[in-house]
Ligand binder design. Structure first.
Ligand code: NAG
Ligand code: NAG
Ligand code: NAG
Ligand code: NAG
Length: 489
């Protein structure tokens, strides 16, 4: 996808080139336990990113625009804040379980859309010469992702975390010299030293420097409506899931589909629980999948993706590879289910469907796209899961995400993760969606499986959307695909 152009913000005023003054956040805390917690900031979170813009507008402006309208794209990417160097320079980086290295300083000048440039400037940047503890090396590398790439120069510097006393000394990471199609740095939290790279990555350093006891972290992206989740390195939050964590062995690289050490696990099958409750199991849905927080969408083999899409009333992909679906499905109490040994993660329709407001009105797309190269569960699936990525035990411990409060627990080496139970009641998807019954659906859409299928062809704005303008850049093309493709020893 060459035209990955995101319009994260529908911004009105002109960007200035001041250094970003990121508002401090106080809710990244640790306690006596050996863990460090970060808020996971959704790219559309006004409280965080609009603050930056609001301040900027005050400096540069003719008018004191206080907040700027956001495009309603609640599902694009997920960020953590790192404070790098002395004095600390705040940088928001994309949390990416699908890659291995940390880098900062995207080249915003190579981006085309004004809103992309402004978002890129809002994530912050790092200047080693402004840090008393930086050490710039001569070593360079090109990092390639599913979309985009970065040429980096390695630097070491200290990293601190807002609201936490924990710190990392002399962490190696990349300062980008040039980038293509990237508008934030990336925090790769896949396997590191001796597995994919020759130095200690962020996760390695946390354990090596004693910030965490084990090389494990738990990830709750948070729902679209919450706009914020939590990642805890070295800890778990039992107030963020229901049931007992179910341990899935990580498939060793040599036995994995692409031979790369990633968070590959074995999916038992996929099914659909439509509003009727008549569960449909999909054929040929037993396969290895990897969990990639850096991917906006879930990527499945064509036949399986088509089968799921058909149950949402879509008869195929558009020219961008997306399945257009009826927005009324968003309000129905159905789920797309991902079954693993011991646990089925249920993804409600409103988390699986991407609702994108464009200048042509609201368009809805399935959060699944066909792909012949990768099978991965991206954000559209992960928002509904609580996942502990545990390199120490070569396992991913999974549960259904529910937010019922906060109870943070350190992960110790002696802990049996398969015995950790969440404090939440399981979600009741049958009542949770704001369903007004089948009356919200276009007529004649119920399928034989009881699936809630949308209209196929009538009433959708798609055809005019595509023909309306060849110069108009569709905001909904934006989907990150941050799989690290390079970086293997
Ligand atoms: C975003 O959605 C909210 C409610 O769904 C709406 O009030 C608002 O106008 C939308 N903003 C934009 C920029 O479309
Ligand atoms: C990688 O291997 C080297 C040499 O055996 C060892 O010193 C280092 O601790 C290893 N790194 C990690 C993160 O295990
Ligand atoms: C499942 O896979 C088998 C073997 O490749 C194939 O023959 C069959 O048509 C597939 N079924 C579906 C529903 O795609
Ligand atoms: C951890 O707990 C699970 C579930 O109770 C149990 O099956 C497993 O044997 C335990 N593992 C160890 C190493 O004790």
């Amino acid at each position: 996808m060459a035209s990955r152009l995101l319009s994260l913000f529908a911004l009105v005023s002109v960007a200035s080139c001041h250094a970003v003054d990121v508002a401090p956040r106080a809710d990244s805390t640790d306690s006596s336990g050996k863990y460090v917690k970060f808020p996971v900031i959704h790219s559309t979170n006004q409280d965080v990113f609009a603050d930056v813009w609001a301040k900027r507008d005050v400096w540069s402006s003719k008018r004191g625009i206080q907040t700027l309208p956001l495009a309603n794209r609640s599902d694009v990417a997920y960020y953590a804040r790192l404070d790098i160097g002395n004095p600390p320079q705040p940088n928001y980086v994309q949390l990416d379980t699908g890659s291995f290295e940390l880098w900062v300083n995207p080249d915003c000048s190579t981006l085309e859309a004004t809103s992309d440039i402004r978002f890129c400037q809002a994530v912050g940047s790092y200047n080693p010469s402004s840090s008393s503890s930086s050490v710039v090396s001569t070593s360079t590398k090109t990092l390639r992702y599913g979309i985009g790439s970065a040429n980096i120069q390695y630097v070491t510097d200290d990293i601190t975390f807002a609201g936490s006393n924990s710190q990392l000394k002399s962490v190696q990471f990349g300062a980008a010299t040039t980038t293509v199609d990237e508008f934030s740095g990336i925090l790769g939290i896949g396997h590191g030293e001796n597995v994919t790279i020759r130095y200690k990555n962020f996760v390695d350093e946390l354990q090596d420097q004693g910030v965490t006891d084990t090389k494990a972290f738990s990830l709750a992206l948070g729902s679209k409506s919450e706009q914020e989740g939590v990642v805890i390195f070295g800890g778990i939050d039992t107030g963020k899931f229901a049931g007992t964590l179910q341990s899935q062995p990580i498939i060793p690289a040599a036995k994995s589909p692409d031979g790369v050490p990633r968070y590959w696990i074995a999916m038992d099958h996929m099914s659909l629980t439509p509003p009727s409750g008549n569960v449909k199991k999909y054929d040929n849905s037993t396969m290895a999948v990897f969990l990639d927080s850096g991917a906006t969408l879930t990527l499945l083999p064509q036949a399986l993706a088509d089968a799921v899409a058909a149950d949402f009333g879509s008869d195929g992909t558009d020219s961008n590879g997306f399945y257009l679906v009826d927005c009324s499905l968003n309000n129905l109490p159905g789920t797309v289910d991902f079954a693993f040994p011991g646990i089925t993660i249920q993804v409600p329709y409103n988390e699986m469907i991407r609702e994108l407001r464009t200048s042509f009105g609201t368009q809805c797309y399935l959060g699944i796209t066909p792909n012949s190269d990768f099978v991965l569960l991206g954000d559209t699936m992960l928002r509904s899961a609580y996942a502990v990525f545990d390199q120490t035990n070569d396992a991913i411990h999974l549960a259904q995400y529910v937010n019922c409060g906060t109870n943070e627990v350190e992960i110790t080496t002696s802990m049996n993760m398969s015995q950790i139970t969440g404090q939440c009641d399981p979600p009741n998807f049958r009542n949770s969606a704001s369903s007004t019954g089948s009356g919200t659906l276009p007529t004649g859409t119920a399928t034989g499986t009881g699936a809630a299928a949308g209209s196929t062809g009538t009433g959708n704005a798609a055809p005019s959307l595509y023909t309306a303008s060849t110069v108009w850049i569709p905001v909904w093309v934006g989907a990150f695909f941050a799989i690290g493709l390079a970086g293997i020893l």
